[in-house]
Write a protein that binds this ligand. Structure first.
Ligand code: HEM
Length: 408
């Protein structure tokens, strides 16, 4: 096995990881990175197989203690953050993961998502009304960001006047998902978890007294019916939904617009479909944007027991990094993998994951992105990027932009 270091946070790599990922995919499909202390996988079929393998998990502390793993004591700076992680579905494995996910799914039904369609359309149109006379906007701040924040807040039941707090809390929290973060980021994220948890606890108390037609009420009722959802779990999963419910959708929207801007023939196709009100086009187009430039390009797993994968020994306690963004450009899986083709069929991309942790919010994210692209391009058929320098906001794991000025 080759050993090499992939500096995923180097600004050039964050700005365009695809050429380097293509090289690795061909020459070094698996490598050990001694700096991150992880095995990296770059090919679609390996990533997909490992995501479905129960011998890997998003957490390992249900199997082995920190002592057994030879880990240092927990970082006191992230005490509350670690607690939060231990209670939400994304960082748990069966049986706890199964219980948490099925309880949340009960409250987060397809009917509830479909019921948001009208709301999504009206938010999108309101934002475009506000920008119309200016002839320009920041696609990130004025369009991509407010929609998923307002929608997930509405779904959970966070009142409009409190919604401005969600994005700053969430941005602080997700910094800890990057590989390598500073003490200052750790302190800020921990503080955000404390404030966010207090806020959700108070809201849940309110809903216990005055039930509403929202997800927090539904979860409070699940908890009260004795279906084993503790208050810590309720709070942690609401925070998870609020974070996960917008970060990637925001980044997916700006990345999608950038991909269209850099592929004018595809932009023209999309504008034509918008003019014609072709909804089906946008279903396929959004899948392709999410494949072509993957907003969450990498996730990790722990090896839960010793085994061999394709002759590669995987040792219990070893960490594995799966480069979804690389798998999504693998020519073994996708024809013309490096081309943006908005009409692509059978687009089985890895962007929402695979296996037991498959994204709960995929139907909602799809609905939001389909509506926002179709409406933007229909109402502003001249919309175009107003800069040649698009800057990225931070690291690779949550790969988002700083701003995206557009004119129309
Ligand atoms: C374009 C937008 C989105 C992308 C790209 C995305 C991607 C993902 C991925 C890749 C995973 C699995 C992580 C892994 O494999 O380790 C995941 C899980 C999850 N996502 Fe999303 N997501 C998006 C939108 C949403 C939305 C809108 C919500 C909430 C309403 C949401 C809630 C969740 C939750 C709760 C999980 C954990 C599921 C589990 O552990 O079983 N996501 N998402």
């Amino acid at each position: 096995m080759k050993t090499l270091h992939l500096d995923i946070n180097a600004p050039e790599f964050v700005a365009d990881p695809y050429p380097r990922l293509a090289e690795l995919r061909e020459s070094t499909p698996v490598f050990f990175d001694p700096v991150w202390n992880k095995l990296f996988f770059t090919r679609y079929h390996d990533i997909a197989a490992l995501l479905r393998d129960k011998r890997l998990g998003r957490s390992i502390l249900h199997r082995l203690s920190r002592d057994e793993l030879g880990w240092p004591p927990p970082n006191p700076l992230t005490k509350d953050f670690d607690q939060f992680q231990s209670h939400h579905m994304l960082d748990n494995e069966p049986p706890k993961h199964t219980r948490l996910k099925s309880l949340v799914m009960k409250a987060f039904t397809p009917a509830r998502v479909e019921g948001l369609r009208g709301k999504i359309e009206s938010i999108v149109n309101r934002m475009l009304d506000q920008a119309e006379d200016r002839g320009k906007m920041d696609l990130l701040q004025d369009y991509a960001e407010p929609l998923p924040v307002a929608v997930i807040a509405e779904l959970l039941g966070v009142p409009e006047e409190d919604q401005h707090q969600l994005r700053p809390w969430s941005s602080s929290i997700v910094k800890l998902y990057e590989l390598g973060y500073s003490d200052q980021q750790a302190v800020q994220a921990n503080q955000a978890v404390v404030e966010f948890s207090d806020y959700i606890k108070a809201l849940a108390d309110e809903r216990r007294k005055n039930p509403q037609d929202d997800l927090i009420t539904a979860l409070v009722q699940v908890e009260e019916q004795g279906e084993m959802l503790t208050e810590d779990e309720l709070v942690a999963n609401c925070i998870l939904l609020l974070n996960a419910g917008h970060e990637a959708t925001v980044n997916g929207t700006t990345a999608g617009f950038l991909s269209l801007s850099r592929n004018p023939d595809q932009m023209n196709l999309a504008k034509q479909a918008a003019r014609e009100g072709n909804q089906d086009f946008f279903k396929a187009a959004v899948e392709e944007m999410l494949r072509y430039d993957t907003p969450l390009p990498m996730f990790e797993r722990w090896v839960l027991e010793d085994f061999e994968y394709q002759g590669i020994p995987l040792k219990q306690g070893q960490e594995v990094a799966l480069l979804y963004a690389s798998g999504n450009r693998d020519p073994r899986k996708f024809e013309n993998a490096n081309s943006l083709d908005l009409t692509r069929k059978d687009n089985q991309h890895l962007t929402f994951g695979l296996g037991i942790h498959y994204c709960i919010g995929a139907p909602l994210a799809r609905l939001e992105m389909q509506t926002s692209f179709a409406t933007l391009l229909r109402r502003f058929p001249d919309v175009r990027l107003a800069t040649d320098k698009v800057e990225y906001a931070g690291g690779f794991v949550i790969r988002g932009h700083k701003a995206m000025p557009v004119e129309f």
